[in-house]
Design a protein around this ligand. Structure first.
Ligand code: CU
Length: 168
């Protein structure tokens, strides 16, 4: 069967359009936003510290691993009360990132533990952190985040509560 040339052209451009939309959607769907990242500065001789951030995934996903050249061991930790004692432990199955939910990694809660530090983390430098995510089909992807080092949480973090009584 031979289609007229004009129809063929239209079909081809329609096909290209559908393909590009599919591709664009696919890329957007994979997007995982990492914001407010920071790592706590260390003092002389300190071999471990924590990195914190807010992670929002558009699809159900998991943070399964992290790595950085400045630390020999990097683990995803959870801190919680156990019989009145604060304890932290590695999350064996990674950190769940439910679709559309902003998951906070912060002091006293989830955090990325940097251990066996190769050098002191001085404030005002930034360290690259490679985050490995796994989607619900098991497919892994990586994202590199530049994490600024600071003594305190960056200003604004933890103060983003909405005040309903503002009248401007
Ligand atoms: Cu820890």
């Amino acid at each position: 069967m031979q289609l007229p040339k004009e129809i063929m052209k239209h079909l081809l451009s329609l096909f290209a359009l559908v393909a590009s939309l599919f591709f664009a959607n696919h890329v957007v769907a994979q997007t995982i936003a990492v914001t407010n990242a920071w790592a706590r500065a260390t003092v002389q001789g300190q071999k471990a510290t924590g990195a914190f951030m807010t992670v929002t995934s558009k699809e159900n996903s998991k943070l399964v691993a992290a790595s950085t050249p400045v630390a020999g061991i990097v683990e995803i930790h959870e801190m919680k009360m156990d019989k009145d004692v604060m304890k932290m432990s590695a999350l064996p199955n990674g950190l769940d990132l439910p679709a559309g939910k902003a998951v906070d990694l912060k002091p006293g809660g989830f955090h990325i533990m940097l251990m066996d530090l190769k050098l002191p983390l001085n404030k005002d430098v930034a360290v690259p952190l490679t985050l490995t995510f796994q989607d619900s089909s098991g497919k892994k992807s990586q994202q590199v985040v530049q994490v600024p080092v600071s003594v305190q949480p960056p200003s604004g973090q933890g103060m983003n509560h909405q005040h309903g009584d503002h009248k401007h």
